[in-house]
Design a protein around this ligand. Sequence first.
Ligand code: GAR
Length: 211
Amino acid sequence: EARLGVLGSGTGTNFVAIAEACAAGRIPARVALVLSDVPDAGILARARERGIPARYIPPGPFRTKLDEAAERAYVSALQEAGVQWVVLAGFMRVLKSVFLRAFEGRIVNIHPSLLPSFPGLAAWRQAWEYGVKVTGCTVHFVDAGVDSGPIIGQQAVPVHDDDTPETLLQRIHQAEYELYPRCLAALVRGELEVQGRRVLWRRPAKEPPGH
Ligand code: GAR
């Protein structure tokens, strides 16, 4: 059975959707470890409630990345837990070379916009302020850039005239809870083929997200 390691800085609702999909057999994997850079992050409590090991690992002095010692500590913890796939679920720091090398091609992220539109922080608010009529969420492999790796799947979400950034975010979240488990299931089943920037779904029987 594949082992996932989930990293998050926030509430952990995507983690919950993933853990439930694993428990229901919709993702043939289990979450072996949850790590956070925020000591009182909701994601840690939500993991412990489910009996999943969860640890805060201090990020070091920087605001937007882990320092090298911290990256080594994250990598060691994940390796000791036997993790094959690293799943970023609201982890608000960029990963650098120590981490990327240790899990090359095995790190995925979810981002609350249709990339390459609106990378970076508060993407749903960026989309709302820009005035787009359609936004959504994107699951992608993580590379050295910010929200720039090959795209695995996307789900579109309409923007309504009476939306606030908050109501829009709620709709994007609902899409995330469907998209992320579907992409992870394909990933751990070995159904994804990466050809440069293009990620191909090798089992066309199931409709790939975004089609
Ligand atoms: C999610 O909406 C995710 O797309 C976003 O953080 C939220 C985490 O919520 N990620 C990013 O913005 C990454 N830059 P959750 O903790 O409730 O899953």
